[in-house]
Design a protein. Structure first.
Length: 129
C-alpha cells in the first residue's frame, strides 16, 4: 500500500510540471538616431575595422552588423550580454555621406543585456564628419 501511495505521489508530481521550451535566440531591431537629427537612407558598418564590435560577452562570439536601411537594421543573435560599438558610413537621400559613431555599450561595464525573444534598441549615434 505504501509503495502504491509513493508511486501515485511521484506520478502526480511529474504530471504537474510543464515542459519548458525557451527560445535561445533574440531577434534584435536596431534603430539609428543621429545627433544632428538627419535620417539616413542606409548605414553600413565594416565589422573588420578595429574597434567595431558586436560581441557576446558570454560566449565570445562576434556577429556582423546589419546594414541599416531607412534607419533600421535587424539581426538575430544568441541571448546574452553584448558589447556594441562601431563607426559606420551613413548615406543620405541627397547623396551625401557622413561617418557616424556609436559607443554607448562599447565596454563590458556598459554592455547591453539581450534576453527577450524580440527586442528593439535605439542607437544614439554621433555624426563625426
Amino acid at each position: 500500500m505504501k509503495k502504491a501511495l509513493i508511486l501515485c505521489c511521484l506520478l502526480l508530481l511529474t504530471a504537474c510540471t510543464k515542459a519548458v521550451q525557451e527560445k535561445m535566440m533574440c531577434t534584435l531591431t536596431l534603430q539609428a538616431e543621429l545627433s544632428d537629427g538627419r535620417v539616413p537612407v542606409s548605414i553600413t558598418v565594416d565589422s573588420a575595422l578595429p574597434g567595431n564590435q558586436f560581441r557576446n560577452l558570454n560566449t565570445g562570439q562576434s556577429y556582423p552588423f546589419p546594414t541599416f536601411v531607412n534607419n533600421s537594421g535587424i539581426v538575430e543573435v544568441l541571448k546574452g550580454v553584448y558589447v556594441v560599438s562601431f563607426d559606420g558610413d551613413a548615406l543620405f537621400q541627397d547623396g551625401s555621406h557622413a561617418t557616424v559613431r556609436f559607443t554607448e555599450w562599447g565596454t563590458p561595464s556598459s554592455a547591453v543585456t539581450l534576453m527577450e525573444n524580440r527586442q528593439e534598441l535605439v542607437l544614439k549615434m554621433v555624426v563625426l564628419r
